[in-house]
Ligand binder design. Structure first.
Ligand code: BTN
Length: 292
């Protein structure tokens, strides 16, 4: 597994790939990501791998080795991509964005779930900047035309009340053809290319997401506020107003999603009119009649 030398290539506008790039696989160009970055520390160090087990796993190793906050681990292919709740994450070569951000915030561990929503809002903003309108499916999915295009896996390490680091892993199906999706997720997963009919330039999109991420993360760290994040998560929610099934370890409930509060918890109402707060942890939510 080798880290790549960075090549300089000409920039491309608006994230849509050039015609000659259409047919073949292109390795990610980290220099092009940097050229589009306007961040102070997020993405200022990018560690790129052709093939890796999981960028989240690698990011943990690098955090333990003392890598700085803001370091990004990106791979063109993951062989053991991981999703939430012990699921695997299909990460074929050169077609998606498989990346992890190392963060070392001085916050209490219970605040860490907010990082997932910060990332969801950043992905939403990044996609919006390249002209793609998505929805956010609480707590960690980005949805396009009713199907999942992106998932976020936030993992942390620490002791009691002291966090050591947080890894925010972002997986986006960018130029994946539907034939590459595993059978069991065909009905619920899609890619940006399948939905828009266009190949998207991954470098531009990565930079847009990281730019948004740093702004939203700074608001959280410096002002202790997730106001902008929750505004985006609420306004662009794929769930609010819908009948959903909330699945917990040993039970599932049919409820209506009614709001997301300032702490990022989903508020749901049952048939009797009782309102409950759902904390993202070990739950998953899906629409009563399908994925959303
Ligand atoms: C989910 O929806 O369950 C979360 C999926 C997260 C996938 C990303 S891809 C980059 C990073 N590395 C991993 O192994 N997982 C995350």
């Amino acid at each position: 597994m080798k880290e790549k030398e960075i090549k300089r290539e000409k920039d491309n506008e608006k994230g849509v790939a050039k015609e000659q790039e259409m047919s073949e696989y292109n390795t990610l160009n980290c220099e092009e990501i940097r050229e589009n970055l306007n961040t102070k520390y997020i993405g200022r160090e990018i560690l790129f791998f052709d093939k890796i087990d999981s960028t989240n796993t690698k990011a943990k190793e690098f955090s333990n080795m003392g890598k700085n906050q803001g370091t990004i681990i990106i791979a063109d292919e993951q062989t053991k991509g991981r999703g939430r709740l012990g699921k695997s994450w299909s990460s074929p070569k050169g077609e998606g964005i498989w990346m992890s951000i190392i963060l070392k915030p001085e916050i209490e561990p219970k605040e860490a779930t907010k990082l997932t929503q910060i990332a969801a809002a950043a992905v939403w903003e990044g996609l919006n900047k390249i002209g793609i309108e998505t929805k956010i499916k609480w707590p960690n999915d980005i949805v396009l035309n009713g199907k999942k295009v992106c998932g976020i896996l936030t993992e942390m390490s620490g002791e009691q009340n002291k966090l050591k680091y947080i890894i925010v892993g972002i997986g986006i199906n960018v130029n994946t053809d539907s034939s590459k999706f595993p059978e069991e997720i065909l009905n619920s997963a899609t890619s940006l290319k399948v939905e828009t009919g266009k190949r998207i330039k991954r470098e531009t999109l990565i930079a847009m997401i990281l730019n948004s991420f740093e702004n939203l993360y700074e608001e959280f760290i410096k002002k202790d506020s997730v106001e902008t994040v929750m505004k985006i998560c609420k306004e662009k929610s794929a769930l609010i107003g819908k009948e959903v099934i909330v699945m917990m370890k040993d039970q599932q409930k049919e409820v209506k999603a009614i709001d997301i509060n300032e702490d990022g918890e989903l508020l749901v109402k049952d048939r009797e009119g009782n309102i409950t707060k759902i904390i993202s942890g070990e739950v998953s939510v899906r629409g009563l009649y399908g994925y959303v």
